[in-house]
Design a binder for this molecule. Structure first.
Ligand code: 1BO
Length: 275
């Protein structure tokens, strides 16, 4: 059983499967395999163009729907209220679900007033399309605005986080608001795999550097959603609950953060000013 982090009534499994870039049959197969191996958290998005296959994998796994925490996200070009509600409905149709567990705003969009977008997101929840709502790639300033505008609890902020990127300010802001954090790219797109510090620490625990990178986050109650298409990696990414990093090791890993550690910094509709 994968441990969970709790926020405002949402229980989010600390390890999930990220599906960005997974497409077609391969995506459905990996989702099915992951669920059979014990994953109970699947992360998709309108923008990933794979919600249909995620739904297929979910059904093929035979795991009861209510045992799985399904997350999807609305793309910023659909942040106008009517568009958002239509996009949420389309996601449910593709997933063949009556509701998801968590619906996120994928990336901030300054072109649409946040109050309108939040109003529609809250409506998606009260209409029963999702059990919980949240945001992704919001900085502390946007998070303040979002939480003061939302009439329903925002349970999570999902953003890039791994040992090379210091996100302590944003994590502290989420915690102060009682929100959970989900880290995408938690192995820094594979860059952490050969890191000599992580390799050395991993060796002391009989683990890989990737497992140390994931453990570093879950040990702070941060959910991780590593993406992989390889079954052996699915198992590796899940096997991080049978060891504990020492305080000294946690501090040493924290020192790997560097100014140019961010991987994803695109300007879709105006990147936020990162904390
Ligand atoms: C814009 C994609 C970020 C990860 O979901």
């Amino acid at each position: 059983m994968v441990p969970t982090v709790e926020a405002k009534g949402a229980r989010i499994p600390l390890v999930g499967l990220g599906t960005w870039d997974l497409r077609g049959r391969a995506c459905a197969r990996v989702v099915e395999q992951a669920l059979r191996l014990g994953y109970r958290h699947i992360d998709t998005a309108e923008m990933y163009d794979n919600e249909r296959e995620v739904g297929e994998g979910l059904r093929a796994s035979g795991v009861p729907r209510n045992d799985v925490f399904v997350v999807t996200k609305i793309w910023p070009s659909h942040f106008a209220p009517r568009e958002l509600l239509r996009a949420a409905r389309d996601s449910l149709v593709k997933l063949r679900l009556t509701e998801v567990d968590l619906l996120l705003l994928h990336w901030p969009n300054p072109q649409v007033p946040l109050a309108e977008t939040l109003g529609a997101l809250c409506q998606a929840k009260t209409d029963g399309m999702t059990r919980h709502i949240g945001v992704s790639n919001f900085n502390t300033k946007l998070l303040d605005q979002a939480t003061s505008l939302a009439t329903e609890p925002l349970v999570c902020n999902q953003f890039e986080m791994h040992p090379y990127l210091d996100q302590s300010t944003l994590v502290a802001a989420c915690r102060a608001k009682g929100m959970a954090v989900t880290a995408y790219s938690p192995i820094a797109r594979g860059n952490a795999k050969n890191d000599e510090v992580l390799v050395r620490i991993g060796r002391a625990h009989g683990k890989t550097a990737a497992q140390v990178s994931l453990r570093y986050l879950v040990q702070q109650d941060i959910a991780v959603i590593p993406r992989t298409s390889k079954v052996e990696r699915l198992e590796e990414n899940l096997s991080i609950f049978d060891f504990r990093l020492t305080e000294t090791e946690m501090t040493e890993i924290g020192r790997l953060a560097r100014g140019d550690g961010r991987i994803l910094d695109w300007s879709f509709s105006g990147s936020p000013k990162w904390d």
